[in-house]
Each structure stands twice: as C-alpha cells, then as structure tokens.
Design a protein around this ligand. Structure first.
Ligand SMILES: Cc1cc2nc3c(=O)[nH]c(=O)nc-3n(C[C@H](O)[C@H](O)[C@H](O)COP(=O)(O)OP(=O)(O)OC[C@H]3O[C@@H](n4cnc5c(N)ncnc54)[C@H](O)[C@@H]3O)c2cc1C
Ligand SMILES: *[C@@H]1O[C@H](CO)[C@@H](O)[C@H](O)[C@H]1NC(C)=O
Ligand SMILES: *[C@@H]1O[C@H](CO)[C@@H](O)[C@H](O)[C@H]1NC(C)=O
Length: 541
C-alpha cells in the first residue's frame, strides 16, 4: 500500500524534559521541523535538581538516584558512557541528557523561558489538522500555527494531597508538607517524623531521615513489596526482571502461580509479613518499591511501619489499629501526584472515572486528525526513557502518515478494555492510573512502527543474538535492529552490555590467576562444605 502523504511539517513540542528531548530527536529523524517551548531556563525537567521548589515544575530531593539501571535507561542508539555507574545520581543522569542533546544538536530547537498557555484547534482543523499555540515570554504573548503538537509537560508536578483522609490535620501543631517540598535531611535532627505513603519517594525520604531524626514512622494503608536495586550476583534488578522470557511466562502462567512465584522471590530477601510490609491485596501486581536500605533500617528500629492514619491531634497521630504515636513533630505527605494540562482545550486529556482517555496512553481518540500526542503520560513497570522514545518514534510516524490509527470507535473500545485490564492487574488506587506492563507495551509500540525484533528468523540467522534477546535484558537497543530507524551499532551494544555494567565497578585491579591443581581440590572441598551446611541449616530451621 502506498504511504499516505500528509502535510505535517512543523511540530510544537511542549517541555524540554526527557520526553521533550527525545521527541525533538525523533522529529528531526523523520525530517519534521520541531520547535520546543520550555518554561524554565534549561533542559532536563524533573532531573534538574534545584534547592528551591518552583511552581509548575517537578521538584526532587537532592539524593534522588535512578531506580532503573543505566543499560535499561539509555536511549536506543546512544548507550551511556562506559564509566557511568549503574544507578545514577540525578546530576549524573542530567549529564547524560546534556551529552545526548549536544550530540544530536537539539538545543537549537528550544525556546527557553517560554510558557505555553494555550493549544487550540484551528477553525479549519478537520481539513488541515493544524493547531494554534499561544506562548508567553517576558510577559508578551505570541501565537503560532503548527501542523502537529507533542505534549511533553510531565506528570510529577501537581501534588496529590488528600487532606480529607487525615481528619484533624488542621489542628496539628507541628510542621506538615508534601514530599515535593523535601530537599535534605538537615533540620530534622532529633525530630519524630511521620511519613505517609509507601512509594519510592516515601521510602527514600524515610531512610534518609532515619539517620538524623529521633524516630521515623512510615504509615501505609496497603503495604508494598520491596526490592533492592541489586539482584542476583550483584547485577541490576531490572536486567534480571525484564526479559522476554519472563514476560512470556507472565503471559502464559495462571495469575495465582505468578503471584506465588513473585511472593517467593521478594520474600527471599526478607519476610514481608514479619516486617509489616506485606501488601494488603497481594494478588495485585502493584509496582514494588525499590529500596536497598529500608529493610535494614526497620531491623535497626529507626523506622517503624504503621497502618493507615485514622486521626491527627495537635501533637500525635492515631492509627487505624488503635495505636497512638506521640509526640509527632513533622508529617511528610508522600501521597503522590495528580496531573492536568491547563493549556489544552478541556475536552481532551483528562481523567474521568479513574481512566485517562488516550489511545495507548498517547492519542485523544475524538480528534478528526491525529496530530496531537502526549508523550510520557505513563508509568511502566520498567524504565520510562525507552518507553517515551518508542512513543515519540510512533507519534512522529503517525504525524507523517506512515502509520495510521484505527477509527474513533475502535480506539475508544481499546481504551476501555485496556483500563479494565489495568484495574484488574494493578488495582483501583489513584496512584495506579498510568500503570502499565513494560515489555508488552514496548513491543506493542514497536509493532506499530515495524521495529519489533522478529526472533524466529533471527534464531537461524544469528543464534547468539537471538538467545540474548530472548533470555537477556530487554533493553532499548533491541528496537533498533530492524525496521525504520535501524542503527548498525545495535547488535554490538547488546553483545557488549555486560562490559558497560562491570566497567564502573572495576576500580581495583585484582590478580585472578588461578592455581590449578590446588584450587581444583579446594573447590571440591568447598562444595561439600556448602552442601553439608545447607542440609544442617534446613534442619535447624
Ligand atoms: C523522584 C522521581 C524519581 C524518578 N526516577 C525514575 C527512574 O529512575 N527511572 C525512570 O524510568 N523514571 C523515573 N521517574 C519517572 C519520571 O517521570 C521520568 O524519569 C521523567 O523524568 C519524566 O520526564 P518528562 O519529560 O515526561 O517530564 P518532566 O521531567 O517533568 O519535564 C517536563 C518539562 O516540561 C516543562 N513544561 C511544563 N509545562 C509547560 C508549559 N506549559 N510550557 C512550557 N514548558 C512546560 C517543564 O518545565 C519541564 O521542563 C521518576 C520520577 C520521580 C518523581
Ligand atoms: C521509579 O521511581 C519513580 C518515582 O517514585 C516512579 O514513578 C517509577 O515508577 C519508578 N520506576 C520503577 C521501575 O519502579
Ligand atoms: C600454587 O600454590 C602453591 C601453594 O600455595 C604455591 O607454592 C605455588 O607457587 C602456586 N602456583 C602458582 C602458579 O601460582
């Protein structure tokens, strides 16, 4: 079939965070002419730490370290420098984005300190598909027409503060604030702090404060599985967790078996029931939190897990199980975020009945022309960076008419079905609205653009690579092996990833020359000892 030729040339990209940067690159790759509007003075969005909290911008604490590893988080044709650590401090990740922007010469498309205040369909939208974008800079308004729009404005900006859930908080005499306001542990010395919520931020903050404060409590309604960033043999968790093989198992095994396996796996580190963390409804696939230190801080007693808050008084917290903690000096509400797009005509992107009405989390289905896409409005169980990259690759190809979307009705049906499945898997909670599986979603997008690796033919042609693709970590390079946007370095990047994982750890030269005969005997002996010890240990338990 002949590709549809559309007239899309100019694209407005709103925001220069990760989603905006990758959108710019994909526009350029497709020969489109992007213009990016960024309200602040610099790139990086969420990952650019600042001491002060700014309205309308994501705000992180100084110690944020990525929870997805470098080999799983890089863009598909641009591996991170070999010597970068596997989990990056926010400043280091920002450095990667800066190198990336420089390498692909993206800065020239960005207009900084320019706020997008409105995005409206043109009167002739049903034929032109065009948008009028109004921006504000130095108090002056400008308006410009664009053929397409990519919304990359982020969703960790507006704090979700369900004050109604904390009766009595208005009487509380201490300090209370949303986790977005938290920057450092300084100033909390000797305090008794209550952290409400059990996401990644909540546990990070609780752990950090527990080294300074007198006592930290963490209050959770649902509980959560906890995983470490470090997995088997010290490899990053996500390289073990996100493989095509395990994704296949997940899709064919009955849910009860799967949950049981998951439970065994997470409880091997520590028993979640003993530590008061076992999820309330453990048959949901809710995202585990990633924290290497939380269990040990619980073991030291410097953090204590409490149930849901029932009531607050001037100086204390009363929990649902009837226990009281007094005094409480500080309450940190790590209750997550909500989102909105004030610049969009209100009928488009909104949350209704606990559901976001976007086709595959990207396209408003009701538009006559598919010339607007949201990038990054999603929470995959894996890294967001390869996810937004595939989103942007697909969106730009839809704009160009190289890929087409189904009818409005089909899209609506898909949205509803997908949402039912999501609730079934992850639950109804507000924080799960954007939750998706990882590899399934990546493959779905890749299939749209024709970049999903075809394993069977590959098994004959290049068995070594095929085995890596199936049993090894599903990283972004896999989506540059075939189809449009192929990168000749992709195969090599897959085969050399171990080297890049180990490189930053090899900071001490070891003399590993083995002593053949003696060491062989020693190994046999060692093995025997391990087996005997194992049997005894079993009896002892
Ligand atoms: C604490 C924390 C840690 C995280 N860690 C990880 C991790 O380790 N791995 C992972 O995969 N994901 C992680 N995430 C998920 C996170 O969402 C992504 O990492 C990513 O940064 C999102 O990027 P974004 O570009 O979509 O949004 P943002 O980074 O928020 O960027 C949005 C940009 O748009 C600009 N903007 C907004 N509105 C306008 C407007 N009207 N006009 C002009 N410009 C505008 C903003 O100034 C900003 O620069 C984390 C999230 C949080 C909160
Ligand atoms: C990493 O942490 C952020 C912030 O809490 C969260 O949104 C994201 O889902 C986490 N990623 C994974 C894979 O757990
Ligand atoms: C092997 O070990 C023995 C005993 O420790 C030592 O004397 C010998 O030099 C070693 N051989 C090599 C090749 O390192």
């Amino acid at each position: 079939m002949e590709p549809l030729e559309t007239m899309v040339k100019t694209v407005a990209v709103i925001g220069a965070g990760v989603s905006g940067l990758i959108s710019l690159k994909c526009c350029v790759d497709e020969g489109l002419e992007p213009t990016c509007f960024e309200r602040t003075e610099d790139i990086g969005g969420l990952w650019r730490f600042k001491e002060s909290v700014e309205d309308g911008r994501a705000s992180i604490y100084q110690s944020v370290i990525t929870n997805t590893s470098k080999e799983m988080s890089c863009f598909s044709d641009f591996p991170m420098p070999e010597d970068f650590p596997n989990f990056l401090h926010n400043s280091k990740l920002l450095e990667y984005f800066r190198i990336f922007a420089k390498k692909f010469d993206l800065l020239k498309y960005i207009q900084f300190q320019t706020l997008v205040i409105s995005v409206k369909r043109r009167p002739d939208f049903s034929s032109s598909g065009q948008w009028e974008v109004v921006t504000q800079r130095d108090g002056q308004e400008h308006s410009k027409v664009f053929d397409a729009v990519m919304v990359c404005s982020g969703h960790h900006i507006i704090p979700h503060i369900p004050l109604g859930s904390f009766p009595g908080i208005e009487r509380f005499k201490g300090q209370y604030f949303h986790s977005r306001q938290y920057k450092h542990p300084e100033g909390f010395e000797g305090k008794r702090v209550l952290v409400i919520g059990i996401g990644n931020s909540a546990s990070d903050i609780a752990v950090e404060l527990s080294k300074k404060a007198n006592q930290v409590f963490i209050s959770t309604r649902h509980g959560s599985w906890v995983m470490g960033r470090m997995s088997k043999d010290g490899y990053p968790w996500d390289m073990m967790f996100h493989t095509r093989f395990s994704s296949m198992l997940k899709n064919i095994l009955p849910r009860t078996v799967l949950k049981w396996m998951m439970e065994q796996q997470v409880n091997r580190w520590f028993n979640h029931e003993n530590y008061g963390l076992e999820p309330h409804n453990k048959y949901l696939m809710k995202e585990p939190i990633l924290n290497d230190d939380l269990p040990s801080r619980l073991l030291y007693g410097v953090i204590k897990v409490k149930s849901k808050v029932k009531k607050l008084t001037e100086t204390s917290a009363i929990f649902e199980d009837g226990t009281v903690e007094e005094p409480i000096d500080v309450i940190i509400l790590a209750t997550g975020y909500t989102f909105s797009f004030p610049f969009l005509e209100d009928s488009f992107v909104k949350v209704e009945n606990n559901m976001v009405s976007l086709y595959k989390y990207m396209f408003p289905p009701q538009l006559k022309k598919s010339t607007l896409a949201c990038i990054g409005l999603i929470q995959p169980l894996g890294s967001i960076f390869p996810t937004v990259e595939l989103q942007a690759r697909w969106a730009t190809r839809v704009f160009k008419g190289l890929c087409s979307l189904p009818s409005e009705q089909t899209m609506m049906e898909d949205i509803i079905k997908r949402n039912e499945k999501r609730i079934d898997l992850f639950g109804e909670s507000q924080s799960q609205i954007l939750q998706t599986y990882y590899i399934d979603y990546l493959d779905e997008l890749a299939l749209e653009i024709g970049a999903k690796p075809d394993l069977l033919p590959l098994l004959l042609k290049d068995p070594k690579l095929a085995v890596k693709l199936y049993f090894g970590p599903c990283n972004s390079y896999q989506y540059r092996l075939e189809g449009p946007g192929q990168w000749e370095g992709a195969r090599n990047a897959i085969l050399t990833q171990k080297q890049r994982i180990l490189k930053p750890l090899k900071t001490r030269t070891l003399n590993t020359a083995s002593n053949s005969s003696a060491s062989f005997l020693l190994k046999i002996l060692g093995l025997l000892v391990v087996v005997v010890a194992f049997i005894f240990q079993l009896q002892w338990l």
